[in-house]
Design a protein. Structure first.
Length: 323
């Protein structure tokens, strides 16, 4: 993503991201050469899961709207709705590119794409064999565990006592916890230095606050939780904090200087390429476009502001080789 794209997206993406996205579609008055009804749509349920790829995709759609002038909007599917009928209505309303990250819709979207060759689907997550992938569906693996291992490794570089606070409903909470612990163990293995990791579930913001007030405090906190939990972090400037899905380095909501890193996705460039192909009417690809190389294809990353150490770079190369 260029600096220009980053700044534009950051200015539009906020805590009310999906509302912002919808509002943008009402105020944009571009004069595109394609049909004005052309829309890129986020297909999602009416329930949000903290840490899922949906927030990143929503930001990507806002960026694509700014760059290409297409309309971007959200299509919510309620629990009692027919998914196939809802998708058909969305297509009839102009949703010729459907982006989603909710695995419950993967099979339905694959079937829908197979039956409608003049539209495209962009999907992040789940499992889809190449033989089952329509030519007009682009699929990208969603595996934050590799970035979570890097976060654990870096946390071990920052301090000897580390506490992982994780919201139970956080996207793939168990595998994320295990990955952080694995990164810390790798640091211990290569350095011979012991680190203390404490893992604590925090279902409510009050649970996090109660734990942060306990003494002695850890040197490093890894917080994997929804946006509301981050409002308390500025109250503890002495802590070194690592998070996930923070739009790190871009979001104006994170002004606390003790937030030192974030586990992030990198779907933006892939979505922009897909929108470009759509506008050029390059709907199908043989073989279909897909990516299972999370790190080397930039689908996930651990972002932090300091210069990575040689040990960190060595671990990164190891994960790239073995992914």
């Amino acid at each position: 993503m260029t600096t220009r794209f980053t700044r534009l997206a950051a200015a539009l993406v906020s805590s009310t991201l999906l509302v912002t996205l919808t509002a943008c579609t009402k105020t944009t008055e571009d004069k595109p050469t394609y049909k004005k009804a052309t829309s890129i749509c986020l297909i999602k349920s009416d329930k949000d899961t903290p840490g899922s790829p949906s927030a990143e995709l929503a930001a990507n759609l806002v960026e694509a709207q700014v760059v290409f002038g297409v309309r971007a909007r959200v299509v919510e599917i309620k629990a009692n709705e027919s998914v196939s009928i809802r998708l058909l209505r969305a297509l009839q309303a102009g949703c010729v590119l459907m982006a989603s990250a909710e695995t419950r819709y993967l099979d339905a979207l694959a079937t829908f794409a197979r039956g409608h060759s003049k539209m495209m689907v962009f999907f992040v997550g789940g499992k889809l064999a190449e033989v089952d992938q329509p030519a007009n569906l682009r699929w990208f693996k969603d595996d934050l565990t590799l970035a979570a291992r890097l976060a654990g490794f870096h946390a071990a570089e920052l301090g000897s006592t580390i506490t992982l606070f994780i919201q139970p409903s956080f996207h793939k909470a168990n595998s994320m916890s295990a990955a952080v612990a694995e990164g810390i163990r790798e640091y211990e293995r290569v350095t011979g230095q012991d680190r203390t990791l404490t893992t604590q579930q925090v279902a409510r913001v009050a649970d996090l606050e109660a734990n942060l007030q306990l003494q002695p405090q850890p040197e490093v906190v890894i917080l994997l939780a929804g946006e509301s939990f981050w409002k308390v972090i500025p109250n503890y400037p002495e802590l070194k904090v690592i998070g996930a899905d923070l739009q790190f380095g871009q979001s104006a909501n994170l002004s606390s200087e003790n937030v030192l890193g974030s586990i992030e996705r990198g779907t933006s460039i892939h979505l922009l390429r897909t929108v470009s192909a759509l506008l050029n009417r390059d709907f199908a690809n043989t073989p279909p476009i897909r990516s299972e190389k999370s790190i080397t294809d930039g689908l996930v990353q651990f972002r932090f502001l300091t210069e990575p150490s040689d040990l960190y770079n060595s671990y990164l190369q190891q994960l790239e080789t073995n992914q």
